[in-house]
Design a binder for this molecule. Structure first.
Ligand code: ADP
Ligand code: GN1
Ligand code: MG
Length: 347
């Protein structure tokens, strides 16, 4: 969705630089907010994913090093993952995962369970990547207090006077300022360990085959982080009754049965979690959703420079949607904590 228009010659030149010259069709694909993604059909009958990495956001050399390390490590382990067929910055080519589907909203609890199992397995699979530590491709990516600082900077910038339109949203943000540092504080104190995490566990970053086999994709932000932000972002997107840009807020809430499926799947797969991590699972859902909400709001106040958007108020609609999700989780806080307690033995 969104992104600039690419002349066909530019796409053909990118493909040629990676040895592909028999393409019959190249078309926009997927609903990612960051990179420019295309599906390529070839005369051989194979399909490819062509991607232009977002050079405003990523240091492309660091990204390439991380991606190649992670994908080669998983391949050597026999784990099905993204297969890199070419990489000529800022372009890259992946094998198209044929027969797999990606979705933006969960439709039944089994899908939420599968998402949680997939990301737990991904964390297990990546846990023993040999040193050196993966590079922090975007520093402070899940540092919620720093995200608040960036929101405040955006409010100062106040693109086209947009601050006047977000009074209630900024008031909601204020109710959360005191809670924003909980996970980074627990990491700083050592109560929560650093792990190799995916950091972008939204539902459309996992592809599922008809037999239920799941493959985790969008490995760009795989780097050291907290398992809690991975779980939290699963709750943000895979417990949601509606897409993250649903404008009708009556349709936007966190579904208890999806949340339960996520907790069950994640705890079954992530046996490595310590006490502090288990105790903060439900909180992580609220915090991660709040964090993405303030990122959408900041982008709106900055003039929509980060996330791809399809219409002028898209980021504002997304921010309101995310804050409604946070409120929904707050309303169900007692029930969600009880679900975690049921599976993890914690309140
Ligand atoms: P972004 O960083 O912009 O989110 P992604 O890497 O997530 O980009 O790709 C965008 C979408 O393209 C994914 O959500 C998925 O639907 C699709 N996609 C990406 N890689 C593949 C692949 N190898 N096979 C099939 N679909 C893919
Ligand atoms: C972006 O790339 P994509 O669309 O999978 C973003 C995530 C946000 C998400 C919100 C590198 O994810 O951090 O949570 O949008 N990715 C990056 O939908 O910023
Ligand atoms: Mg993505």
């Amino acid at each position: 969705m969104g992104g600039r228009t690419f002349p066909r010659e530019e796409l053909d030149a990118a493909l040629a630089s990676m040895g592909v010259t028999d393409q019959t069709d190249v078309s926009r694909y997927g609903s990612g907010h960051i990179n420019d993604t295309f599906k390529v059909e070839t005369r051989r009958g194979t399909r490819l994913i062509l991607q232009r990495v977002n050079t405003d956001i990523f240091d492309v050399d660091v990204l390439k090093r991380n991606i190649l390390r992670v994908t080669e490590f998983l391949k050597a382990k026999g784990v099905k993952s993204l297969e890199v067929l070419g990489y000529e910055n800022p372009w890259r080519l992946y094998a198209f995962l044929d027969g797999y589907t990606s979705r933006d909203v969960v439709e039944e609890p089994g899908q939420a369970y599968a998402v949680a199992r997939a990301f737990a397995k991904f964390q297990n699979d990546c846990a023993d990547i040999p040193s050196p530590r993966l590079e922090e491709i975007i520093p402070k990516f899940h540092d919620t207090p720093d995200r608040l600082r960036l929101l405040d900077e955006a409010a100062e910038r106040n693109f086209e006077g947009r601050l006047a339109k977000v009074g209630p949203e900024m008031e909601f943000v204020d109710t959360w300022r005191g809670m924003a540092s909980r996970i980074v504080d627990l990491m700083a104190s050592g109560d929560i360990p650093e792990r190799v995490t995916h950091n972008d566990t939204k539902i459309n970053n996992v592809l599922v085959a008809p037999d239920g086999e799941a493959v985790v994709i969008d490995l760009d932000t795989t780097m050291p982080g907290s398992a809690l932000y991975d779980f939290g972002d699963m709750v943000r997107t895979s417990s949601a009754a509606a897409a993250e840009d649903e404008a009708d807020l009556a349709k936007v809430y966190s579904k208890k049965e999806y949340f339960e499926a996520l907790v069950k799947g994640y705890l079954e797969g992530a046996a490595f979690l310590n006490e502090a991590e288990r105790a903060n699972l439900a909180f992580a859902g609220r915090l991660s959703t709040f964090e993405v909400g303030i990122r959408f709001l900041a982008d709106y106040l900055n003039g929509d420079t980060y996330f791809h958007t399809a219409y002028p108020d898209h980021n504002l609609v997304r921010a309101r949607n995310q804050f409604r999700m946070v409120r929904s989780m707050e309303e169900q806080r007692g029930e969600f904590e009880a679900i975690v307690a049921k599976y993890a033995g914690h309140v």
